[in-house]
Design a protein around this ligand. Structure first.
Ligand SMILES: Cc1cc2nc3c(=O)[nH]c(=O)nc-3n(C[C@H](O)[C@H](O)[C@H](O)COP(=O)(O)OP(=O)(O)OC[C@H]3O[C@@H](n4cnc5c(N)ncnc54)[C@H](O)[C@@H]3O)c2cc1C
Ligand SMILES: *[C@@H]1O[C@H](CO)[C@@H](O)[C@H](O)[C@H]1NC(C)=O
Ligand SMILES: *[C@@H]1O[C@H](CO)[C@@H](O)[C@H](O)[C@H]1NC(C)=O
Ligand SMILES: *[C@@H]1O[C@H](CO)[C@@H](O)[C@H](O)[C@H]1NC(C)=O
Length: 499
C-alpha cells in the first residue's frame, strides 16, 4: 500500500505509534452520515507523543495540508472528530492508568482524568472512594475531553451547571505543540477557551474534575402531563426551589400508545389500577423525570421529601411511576438501551439529531408550533426538554447559550434506520429543517448545541458577539488552524492575516 504521509511522519520518535490500516474506522462517527478518510492514526503512548505530532505538523508551516483531529469515542454527529487527509489522534489510547482520585487534606475532592477516558470509567474509579463527579451527560460512554469540548449537559445542570462548570484544571496540547497546564488562576484564557471550545484551541490531555459524595441509591420518578404549560411551570418551579430533586429532565411523547406498558417492566405505578386505565387518546404527553438520592437507612426521609415535592406538582395523578436503582444503574441508564438497540441492529444507524437551546420566553410558542404542528407522527427517538439556569454557566468559556436567565435544552434524538419513509434521514432532516426555520423566522434567540455548521459565516452568526474572542483565541493557540478541522470553523491556511 502506498502511504504518502509515512515519510512526512517518519522523523517522529514516539512512545506510541502511527497506523494506517485503521484509517477507515476513524472515518466514522455516531451520526453515521459523513465520512472523511484520514491519512494516519496516532495511538499516543504519552502526552509528549501528541505534542510531538502537533508540533511537527506546526513546523511544516501553513503550506502543509495536514491537520490533526482528537478523536474521543467518535460520538460526534457530523464528522467533528474526523480529519480528511490528516492525522486522527485516538485519545482512548491514553486512558487508564492515570485516573487519580484525590480526597482529604482539607481540599474539595477531585479526580485527574486523561482526556480520552470514558466518563463511565471515571465513575467506576471514583465510586471506589464513595465519590462521583457532580454534573453528567445522559450517556457515559463519551470521553472527558469530548464532552468538555462541547459543554456536557444533563439533568444535574440546573444545580451544578454543565460539566464545563465543574472542572478545576486542564492540561492541553496547543496547536503549536506546547503542553500547557491551565486553570482559572494560571493561563486562564486558554482554560476558558478550551471549555466548550470545539477542540479549536488545543487537545485536552488531562482534566481535573470536581467530586462530591456519591449516594448509594436513587428513587427515579416519572410523571405525565398533557398540558405543556403546567409541565414547564413545574419544571421551572423545581429548578428554582431551594430543596428539590437532584436530577430534573423531561421528554415529549408524541402520539405513542402503550408508553405506560413499555415502562411497566422497570417502573412501578403508584396506583396500578388507575394507571392501567390511563389512555393517552392520541394526545401529546410530557413526561417529567426526576430523581432523589438516598443511602438506604434514610428511605423514610427521602420519601417524605419526595411526597412533599410531588404534592406541589400538577401532573395527571394516575401517572406516577417510580423505581429505586443504584446510582451507577441510574447514571449508566442509556447504556442499557444501547445494549438492547445493538441487539436489534438499531444502534449503528444514522442519527440526524438536532439539539437546541431555547429561551424560556419562547418555549410556549416553540412547543405550540413544533409539537402541535410540525411533528405529527410518533417520534423516531427521544425528544428531551428541560430548563436550566444561565447563572451556572460561566460566560468566560467558549460555550454559546441564549441570552436569557432560563433556557431549555430541547433534543430531537432521532434514529434513521430505514432508507425511505418515516424512519429515513430525509424525513428526519425535513422535520429538523422546519424546526430550525421556524426558530429563525420567529427570531426567538435559539442557539444550537452540538451544531454542525459548514461555513464560517454560519459560525459567526452562531457566536454572535463572542466571535471576536473565539477568533482571537484561535489565532493565539492554533494560528495555523491545525486542530479539529471537522468542525469546519477555520479552514487551514486561510485565517485572516491581520487580527
Ligand atoms: C447516545 C449519546 C448521548 C449523548 N448525551 C449527551 C448529553 O446528555 N449531554 C451532552 O452534553 N452531550 C451528549 N452527547 C453528545 C456528546 O457530548 C458528544 O457526542 C461529544 O462529541 C462527546 O463524544 P466523544 O467523547 O466521542 O467525542 P468526539 O465526538 O470524538 O469529539 C468531539 C469533538 O471534540 C474534539 N475532541 C475530542 N476529544 C478531545 C480532547 N481530548 N481535546 C480536545 N478536543 C477533543 C473532537 O475533535 C471533536 O471535534 C451524547 C452523545 C451520544 C452519542
Ligand atoms: C437563577 O439563578 C440565580 C442565581 O442563583 C437566581 O438568583 C435566580 O432566581 C434563578 N432564576 C430562576 C428563574 O430560577
Ligand atoms: C396523532 O395521530 C393521529 C392519527 O395517526 C393524527 O390524526 C393526529 O394528528 C396525531 N396527533 C398529533 C398531535 O400529532
Ligand atoms: C459575564 O458575566 C459577568 C457577570 O455576570 C458580566 O459582568 C460580564 O460582562 C459578562 N461577560 C461577557 C463577555 O458576557
Amino acid at each position: 500500500m502506498h502511504v504518502p504521509d509515512a515519510d512526512v511522519l517518519s522523523p517522529l520518535t514516539l512512545d506510541g505509534h502511527f497506523t494506517f490500516h485503521d484509517a477507515p474506522a476513524m472515518a466514522r462517527d455516531f451520526g453515521n452520515r459523513c465520512s472523511l478518510l484520514p491519512a494516519a492514526v496516532l495511538h499516543p503512548g504519552s502526552v509528549s507523543d501528541i505534542a510531538a505530532a502537533v508540533g511537527h505538523v506546526f513546523s511544516l508551516g501553513e503550506r502543509s495540508p495536514l491537520t490533526v483531529a482528537a478523536r474521543g469515542h467518535g460520538h460526534s454527529l457530523m464528522c467533528q472528530s474526523q480529519a480528511a487527509g490528516g492525522i486522527v489522534v485516538k485519545m482512548e489510547s491514553l486512558r487508564g492508568d492515570r485516573l487519580q482520585v484525590v480526597h482529604g487534606g482539607g481540599v474539595p475532592p477531585f479526580v485527574d482524568a486523561p482526556g480520552g477516558e470514558l466518563w463511565i470509567n471515571v465513575l467506576h474509579e471514583t465510586l471506589k472512594y464513595g465519590l462521583a463527579p457532580k454534573s453528567w451527560t445522559d450517556y457515559l460512554h463519551l470521553t472527558v475531553g469530548g464532552t468538555l469540548s462541547n459543554a456536557g449537559v444533563s439533568g444535574q445542570a440546573f444545580r451544578h451547571g454543565p460539566q464545563v462548570s465543574n472542572v478545576n484544571q486542564l492540561e492541553i496540547v496547543t496547536g503549536r505543540g506546547d503542553v500547557v497546564t491551565c486553570s482559572p488562576e494560571e493561563n486562564a484564557d486558554l482554560f476558558y477557551a478550551a471549555l466548550g471550545g470545539l477542540g479549536q484551541f488545543g487537545i485536552i490531555t488531562r482534566a481535573r474534575i470536581a467530586l462530591e459524595p456519591a449516594p448509594k441509591m436513587v428513587r427515579w420518578i416519572r410523571v405525565l402531563y398533557s398540558d405543556f404549560a403546567s409541565f414547564t411551570e413545574d419544571q421551572e418551579m423545581l429548578i428554582m426551589a431551594e430543596k428539590t430533586f437532584d436530577y430534573i429532565e423531561g421528554f415529549v411523547i408524541i402520539n405513542r400508545t402503550g408508553i405506560l406498558n413499555n415502562w411497566r417492566t422497570s417502573f412501578k405505578p403508584q396506583d396500578p389500577v388507575q394507571a392501567s386505565r390511563f389512555q393517552s387518546d392520541g394526545r401529546v404527553l410530557y413526561c417529567l423525570e426526576l430523581t432523589k438520592k438516598f443511602n438506604g437507612d434514610d428511605v423514610d426521609t427521602m420519601e417524605q421529601e419526595v411526597t412533599a415535592l410531588l404534592s406541589r406538582l400538577g401532573y395527571i395523578r394516575s401517572t406516577m411511576f417510580h423505581t429505586d436503582v443504584t446510582y451507577l444503574e441510574f447514571l449508566d441508564r442509556v447504556h442499557t438501551s444501547e445494549v438492547k438497540l445493538r441487539a436489534q441492529g438499531l444502534w449503528e444507524v444514522p442519527h440526524p439529531w438536532l439539539n437546541l437551546l431555547i429561551p424560556r420566553s419562547s418555549i410556549q410558542i416553540f412547543a405550540k408550533e413544533v409539537f402541535g404542528k410540525i411533528l405529527k407522527d410518533s417520534n423516531n427517538g427521544p425528544i428531551l426538554l428541560y430548563p436550566v439556569n444561565k447563572s451556572k454557566w460561566d460566560n468566560r468559556t467558549s460555550v454559546v447559550i441564549p441570552d436569557e436567565e432560563i433556557f431549555y435544552l430541547v433534543g430531537f434524538l432521532s434514529s434513521a434506520p430505514s432508507l425511505s419513509g418515516h424512519g429515513s434521514v430525509a424525513h428526519a432532516m425535513n422535520l429538523n429543517n422546519q424546526i430550525v426555520e421556524f426558530c429563525e423566522e420567529a427570531d426567538i434567540g435559539m442557539k444550537q448545541y452540538l451544531a454542525a455548521y459548514t461555513t464560517q459565516q454560519q459560525w459567526k452568526a452562531h457566536f454572535g458577539a463572542r466571535w471576536e474572542t473565539f477568533e482571537r483565541r484561535k489565532h493565539t493557540y492554533d494560528p495555523l488552524a491545525i486542530l479539529a478541522p471537522g468542525q469546519r470553523i477555520f479552514p487551514k491556511a486561510s485565517l485572516p492575516l491581520s487580527l
